[in-house]
Design a binder for this molecule. Structure first.
Ligand code: KG4
Ligand code: ZN
Length: 340
């Protein structure tokens, strides 16, 4: 069995907000003892996106087995757990309810605190699992399938959102453009792969348009620009270089995030900047953050690929900080908050 010192706190994390059923055990908010992820991507692929009802049903079928595996891999018993942390929003309501119900049952059974975790805050906490030296304050760009936000992380449980998307999220734009290009779901990894072999040589926008003065983002115009480009090229029977479309789209989608995130970090005088969310797995974004960090002498933190996309270890880490700061301690009335 795992050696647990008297002051150690083990949090069980549960994540079912979208199409990953995940349970993890994390020690003292920083050390991943297990992080089991059962992905439904192959099930939803044939529909070109996540089907909410199918997602809920598959979470229900997977959750007990995933919990079992998480405890076994961590080499702990359910009794060793000190707090149960669960994503209660944002996400798909039926999917969230599976995790929330499981967490309530375990918390009741163990008579241990139930901690409600905001999914976006959990993505930010993925950085604490990767780098034991990272501590607030820092600037975090949260870029996922549902969110595109610049967050001033003032403390572990104290945040200010400086800007966000006015329409689609960045990941959503990757998925929609991929669908238009006839690529698979999820679109982000596919576009990432093809962009590496292409050139950024299609001007979807004038640069000034994507660098607005505030910290907000917009993706619907870019999505339309790519669709129009493809439509016109097909009508004129011009050859379309998909790799170049992917490279150019990636530039217009992600360069504003690089520029604005570093502008914000410099304005705040922060020495540290972090990336979070599924789109943080993008190789262009990771490289540009690295380069720009060196240019401005700002330390860049990026979670490992497994910790970028949805997983329960990040939920357990955020849950730990909520727990020790007495924030979001829930009870059996906890409900899913789909649009948190
Ligand atoms: O954080 P996440 O797993 O789920 C949400 O909370 O939304 O993010 C999923 C999103 C999808 O839109 C997917 O296409 C995108 O992250 N994504 C990527 C890459 N890997 C995943 N986008 C761009 N490049 C990638 N390599
Ligand atoms: Zn997510």
């Amino acid at each position: 069995m795992i050696k647990k010192e008297q002051n150690d706190i083990l949090t069980l994390g549960i994540e079912t907000s979208c199409d990953e059923t995940s349970v993890a055990v994390v020690k003292n908010g920083r050390e991943v003892l297990s992080n089991i992820i059962s992905s439904q991507i192959d099930i939803h692929k044939r529909f070109g996106g996540v089907v909410p009802e199918i997602a809920s049903r598959n979470h229900t079928m997977a959750i007990i087995n995933v919990l079992d595996q998480a405890l076994t891999h961590a080499n702990v018993k359910l009794d060793d757990i000190d707090a149960v942390a669960v994503t209660y929003g944002a996400g798909l309501v039926g999917a969230l309810l599976v995790g929330v119900s499981a967490a309530k049952a375990i918390s009741y059974l163990l008579d241990k605190p139930l901690i409600a975790v905001n999914h976006i805050r959990a993505h930010i906490a993925a950085n604490y699992l990767n780098d034991s030296d990272l501590a607030p304050p820092f600037l975090c760009a949260v870029v996922s399938g549902g969110h595109t936000e610049l967050v001033d992380v003032k403390d572990y449980t104290h945040y200010e959102i400086l800007g966000s998307t006015l329409d689609d999220a960045a990941g959503e734009a990757f998925d929609k453009v991929a669908r238009t290009l006839g690529l698979g779901y999820p679109g982000g990894p596919e576009i990432d792969k093809l962009a590496k072999q292409g050139k950024n040589n299609i001007e979807f926008f004038k640069t000034a348009k994507i660098i607005s003065d505030d910290y907000n983002f917009s993706y619907s115009g870019l999505k339309t620009a790519v669709i129009n480009y493809l439509h016109n090229a097909r009508q004129r029977e011009q050859e379309i270089n998909i790799n170049d479309v992917c490279a150019s789209f990636t530039y217009y989608a992600l360069e504003p995030i690089v520029q604005k995130a570093f502008d914000a970090a410099r304005e705040l005088g922060y020495e540290n900047i972090a990336l979070a969310g599924g789109v943080a797995a993008n190789s262009y974004l990771r490289q540009r953050f690295d380069e720009t960090g060196k240019k401005y002498d700002i330390n860049v933190y990026v979670p490992s690929l497994k910790l970028c996309t949805d997983n329960a270890a990040m939920v357990a880490s955020m849950g730990y900080y909520n727990f020790i700061n007495k924030v979001n301690i829930a009870d059996l009335t906890l409900n899913a908050a789909p649009s948190l």
